[in-house]
Design a protein around this ligand. Structure first.
Ligand SMILES: Cc1cc2nc3c(=O)[nH]c(=O)nc-3n(C[C@H](O)[C@H](O)[C@H](O)COP(=O)(O)OP(=O)(O)OC[C@H]3O[C@@H](n4cnc5c(N)ncnc54)[C@H](O)[C@@H]3O)c2cc1C
Length: 448
């Protein structure tokens, strides 16, 4: 049997298992919490996680098929957000089994929402230069500092917190990774408004906030390894369309968003009929539209009557090709991993490729839209007015996507940083000269 045939058979078996499970378990009348409990404990929320962490150890390419199959069936998909995308695989890799049972269980069942407390005003690309401190106090740590760009911080129950626990060793060696309770005194979350009109991310001020010693993931001063697992998942996930830094897209988990007590059928909408279109499970979001990729823009070009324009056709073909290359790379990774190997630098390549797709989608979307692309709606009233004036239901979506397109090439590590990593760690090019791997953090010059 050829490799392709094996893959198809494996995938078909997997999807037919999922369909059988859905026929038994999907019930639009239960609450969102109950549905996510069923989905998560059966291993279908995050099938890419290992089996001891509520997963099925599936390849990333297959996990994307699982989410598509859930949507096709008309069931609510896995909880969205950074818990599933980042915290769960990190804790599954670096946490103890008790931590997996405490934190990952609540993530796959949508009980808790997470945010990523990594970046600081003076520590973005140079993440290891972070200055938020955690000082030991009995069996707790006291945390002081400031984070920024914290996507979804205003809805999070918990945060993946990186804090400096030893300033007298080189900077990468004195960082610890905590599962941090966001809903406590000492945590001040202030939303930042973006040019899209939304406030996806926040500043977070930490003043004498507390976190238990038992919430340390991977051990004291071992946070850099855990942080790298989070970042690798972020890059690979973003590249394969598995999520976004804002955690936007699917239904949002956690105690703050208030979805858990709702009837799940009301969130997901009616089951799609053959040939019919399913109502979106989610607010959509700019990155969601970008993930629609070439297909969405081809439809738009047809509706606008510009699908015969040679330049637009050329770029639509480029966009389609980039999407297909991403898919093939996902399959290559899957095949190599099944043989016990790895393709170095692939998460970085995937993220760079996504940046290219996002920029091309922005430029093409605006060209297809013409002058209407300059109009942007900031709220639902504006959106209705825009739709009425242009007769085009996509008008607001294209400008939203164009405004948001600046973000994906930055979050999860900028394009320049991805290229540095590929150059230094994959191609073996010399590193920038620096003494920061040997000098104690306390002796390094600081930006501020
Ligand atoms: C929409 C959005 C959501 C985000 N969500 C989160 C989140 O939830 N949690 C979180 O912790 N962070 C988040 N971030 C932060 C993100 O990870 C940082 O913005 C990113 O790492 C860049 O850091 P910076 O903004 O401090 O830029 P800087 O590090 O100051 O970089 C400025 C410029 O200099 C370039 N540069 C810097 N160093 C080098 C170098 N060594 N070589 C070449 N070029 C270099 C960069 O590429 C960039 O162009 C988010 C960002 C955005 C835009």
């Amino acid at each position: 049997m050829t490799e392709t045939a094996t893959e198809t058979t494996g995938t078909e078996e997997l999807l037919s298992d999922l369909r059988a499970w859905l026929n038994e378990n999907w019930d639009p009348d239960v609450t969102v919490a109950e549905w996510w409990e069923r989905l998560g404990l059966a291993g279908w929320s995050a099938p890419g996680l290992p089996t001891n962490a509520y997963g099925k150890a599936m390849a990333r390419a297959d996990t994307v098929l699982v989410q598509q199959e859930l949507a096709k069936f008309g069931a609510l998909g896995a909880p969205a957000g950074l818990g599933l995308l980042l915290a769960a695989p990190t804790i599954a890799t670096h946490g103890t089994q008790d931590q997996i049972d405490l934190y990952v269980r609540d993530i796959v069942t949508g009980q808790k929402a997470w945010c990523q407390l990594f970046s600081e005003p003076q520590a973005g690309s140079d993440l290891a230069g972070l200055q938020t401190r955690a000082i030991k106090d009995g069996d707790e740590w006291i945390v002081n500092g400031q984070k920024v760009w914290t996507s979804g911080g205003q809805y999070a129950d918990l945060g993946m917190l990186l804090a400096r626990t030893d300033a007298d060793v080189p900077k990468h060696q004195g960082i610890s990774y905590f599962a941090f309770n966001m809903l406590q005194d000492g945590v001040d979350v202030r939303p930042l408004k973006e040019m899209t009109g939304h406030a996806l991310f926040n500043e977070v001020f930490l003043t004498d906030a507390r976190v238990a010693d038992s919430a340390l993931i991977g051990g004291v001063n071992k946070g850099w390894a855990a942080a790298n697992t989070t970042l690798a998942n972020e890059r690979a996930g973003l590249g394969s369309g598995g999520g976004n830094a804002a955690g936007g897209g699917l239904a949002q988990p956690g105690t703050v968003m208030g979805l858990l007590d709702k009837r799940v059928g009301d969130i997901v909408g009616p089951k799609p009929t053959a040939g019919g279109k399913q109502r979106s499970q989610q607010p959509g979001g700019a990155l969601g539209a970008m993930r629609g990729g070439a297909g969405m823009l081809i439809n738009l070009a047809q509706t606008r009557g510009v699908n015969k324009n040679a330049g637009i056709r050329q770029d639509l073909a480029r966009l389609y090709t980039l999407g297909e290359l991403g898919r093939f790379n996902g399959l290559r990774v899957k095949a190599v991993k099944e043989q016990g190997g790895d393709i170095p630098g692939m998460p970085n390549v995937a993220k760079l490729s996504m940046s290219q797709i996002v920029r091309l989608t922005r430029d093409l979307g605006l060209r297809i839209s013409g002058p209407a692309g300059m109009l942007h709606a900031y709220d639902s009233d504006d959106k209705a007015a825009l739709k009425h004036a242009t007769g085009d239901p996509f008008a607001g979506g294209i400008s939203e996507m164009a405004l948001f397109a600046q973000a994906p090439p930055i979050y999860g590590g900028t394009d320049q940083i991805q290229r540095n990593i590929i150059g230094e760690r994959v191609l073996g090019l010399p590193k920038e000269p620096s003494n920061d791997r040997t000098t104690p953090f306390s002796e390094l010059p600081k930006n501020a």
